[in-house]
Design a protein around this ligand. Structure first.
Ligand code: ADP
Ligand code: MG
Ligand code: ZN
Length: 581
């Protein structure tokens, strides 16, 4: 049962007091530095790592909130190596555990694990070694259900604790404790037993996403009386975020990109991310033709070529790497001035990580993404097999389609970070060109599109997004054109409306698989039936720049075919929306 320390604990330390923990004059400081270099083969700490490690080495309980990939594991692995006895690490997934064990093995740090698939002999050996002062392991990884269900493990931990061998407890993905978090795991609820049984052992909770209310909940569940919380912000203040529309009719993104690089980023280093290996080759060749010093990089190149490209880029002999996401591991060039996405990323997390390779030196840098309608579906077919892949892709689409929220706030909210609007400082296109959008009623458009999709369904046909677009624009077979309502909106507007209906759930994705390809279609979304309701209306926000048509046109239904004499009372309304002051 959870402990009853319901009182919120006050700030355990002031900022001033915390500063002390960034220093390196502790009794363990030399040892830390040496092991960081010799064992972990790292030259220096990343932000917050040293502070977290010093706090934990001082015996404090700590919650560490840091974006994925920033290096949370080191914050318990290095203390483990520098302490007597062993560190108990609770991890939610066996696969995470295996990754860690493999990594630790590669750097010669002794670690063991206990999970549902451990053999009896292995478990017996581990349990015996827990109290053996000569046992070599520094880290013991367990799944939460082991703590919850194995009395034997708890009693061995008790013995180890009494013998002073349990040096630290790390709870990875600590947000799993809370039902309000996004991946609640029931067994995490029972981890309060650790701090109740072993009150003198410092606990370190790690997570990439936790609001303060989730952390409060975790604190209660884990029975940690007064934890210190260190939060690394997701806000990279020196990065400028921008989204540019890619026109399906005349994709001039390449010439746009080359102009940018020649003018704005002259002699500066950067990355252009593309969707596929083929794109890496072609986009790179296109940029070369325009006189740029660019090279492709993708997983299918041989290792020597890859490392040569990387090396030449790192030493500024190549200005631009045109890369797939394979270009990522071990990239820590400090002076990357631009990261341009020729195609959107498959999720906000991915985008944050990829674009985050810009401006590591804290000087201004730009993150620009080109957003094209067709790319949504190219990526969709790729992520369809991934768990929640589709949903994550739509978060990225939402980031791009968005015209009224600060880009930073979209990212921050995605990571559950509390966001203050002044945090942007006009360092994104939305804030800089604020107010540049209109709200339009798209109810009738939605009805037209639903009719097109329904009609196809009744003919036992499936329509790709391209087909839907063309049919609505009146480019379908004549026979079909008679039965539906077509539109004179521009292609960009049509695509924006379909995208919005996809995001709002009036349309949704449908797949069909062959052994060779995945086909992507549009079908009615879960909210489509609402359109039958006369009073139901749908709006969307559209940016004004980038639309070639004048904005009024968007709001007026100019249709061919049977509804030519549109009733003014039904015609959608355009509202200009003032940005909240
Ligand atoms: P997290 O758990 O926060 O997602 P990890 O602990 O898995 O991140 O670390 C991500 C990567 O960062 C690893 O490859 C790790 O080796 C690397 N890393 C961690 N700390 C440092 C550092 N101080 N300098 C360079 N690389 C680091
Ligand atoms: Mg991790
Ligand atoms: Zn902003």
């Amino acid at each position: 049962e959870p402990c009853d320390s319901t009182q919120p604990s006050g700030p355990a330390m002031t900022k001033q007091e915390l500063l002390r923990y960034e220093k390196d004059d502790f009794s363990w400081s030399t040892k830390l530095k040496q092991n960081l270099k010799d064992v972990f083969q790292l030259s220096k700490f990343r932000p917050l790592q040293l502070k977290a490690i010093n706090l934990s080495m001082s015996g404090k309980d700590l919650f560490l909130v840091m974006p994925t990939g920033r290096g949370k594991s080191l914050c318990y692995q290095l203390p483990a190596v520098c302490s007597e006895g062993f560190t108990l690490v609770v991890t939610p997934l066996v696969s995470l555990m295996e990754d860690q064990l493999m990594y630790l093995k590669s750097i010669d740090v002794e670690a063991v694990s206990l999970n549902a698939s451990s053999s009896k002999e292995h478990a017996k050996m581990v349990l015996a070694e827990m109290t053996d002062t000569k046992a070599p392991f520094k880290l013991l990884y367990v799944t939460p259900e082991k703590i919850a269900k194995s009395k034997l493990l708890m009693s061995r931990l008790e013995k180890a604790y009494n013998a002073g061998r349990l040096s630290r407890i790390a709870v990875d993905e600590v947000h799993c404790c809370s039902q309000w978090g996004h991946d609640f795991r029931p067994d995490y609820k029972l981890l309060g037993i650790l701090k109740r049984q072993f009150p003198k052992v410092p606990l370190l909770g790690l997570t990439a996403t936790a609001t303060s209310s989730v952390l409060k909940d975790c604190q209660k569940i884990l029975c940690v009386p007064e934890p210190i919380t260190l939060t690394a912000s997701f806000n990279r203040t020196n990065l400028y975020y921008e989204v540019r529309l890619k026109d399906s009719n005349s994709d001039d993104s390449i010439s746009d990109i080359s102009t940018l690089i020649k003018e704005r980023y002259k002699d500066q280093s950067g990355i252009v991310y593309v969707f596929s290996q083929k794109d890496a080759e072609t986009v790179s060749a296109d940029l070369q033709k325009k006189g740029l010093n660019a090279s492709p990089y993708h997983a299918n190149m041989n290792p020597e070529d890859k490392s040569q490209v990387h090396r030449k880029w790192a030493t500024n002999k190549i200005q631009v790497v045109v890369a797939t996401v394979a270009f990522g591991m071990g990239i820590d060039k400090a002076d990357v001035r631009f990261v341009i996405h020729h195609t959107i990323s498959k999720s906000i997390e991915n985008y944050y990580q990829e674009s985050g390779r810009a401006g590591r030196d804290d000087k201004p840098a730009d993150c620009i993404v080109y957003f094209g309608f067709n790319d949504i579906f190219r990526i969709s077919t790729m992520v369809v097999m991934e768990n929640v892949g589709q949903q994550k892709l739509l978060t990225m689409v939402d980031y791009c389609q968005n015209v009224d929220r600060c880009r930073r706030s979209v990212i921050a909210v995605h990571f559950d970070e509390v966001w203050k609007d002044e945090g942007c400082n006009e360092m994104c296109d939305v804030c800089r060109h604020g107010n540049d959008y209109i709200t339009v009623d798209i109810t009738q458009h939605a009805k037209d599109l639903v009719q097109i999709v329904e009609l196809a369904g009744s003919l036992d046909e499936k329509l790709t997004p391209l087909k839907v677009t063309e049919t609505w624009m009146g480019k379908g077979p004549a026979k079909r054109r008679k039965m539906i309502q077509t539109t004179t909106l521009s292609r960009l507007e049509v695509e924006a409306i379909i995208t919005s209906l996809l995001l709002q759930g009036y349309l949704s994705e449908d797949f069909s698989f062959t052994p060779y390809t995945t086909y992507f279609y549009l079908k009615l979304g879960r909210k489509a039936p609402l359109l039958k309701n006369q009073s139901h209306s749908i709006t969307m926000k559209m940016r004004r720049t980038g639309l070639d048509a004048n904005t009024v046109k968007v709001s007026q239904v100019k249709t061919k075919g049977k509804r030519s004499g549109v009733n003014a009372a039904n015609s959608p309304v355009t509202k200009k929306v003032k940005k909240d002051l």
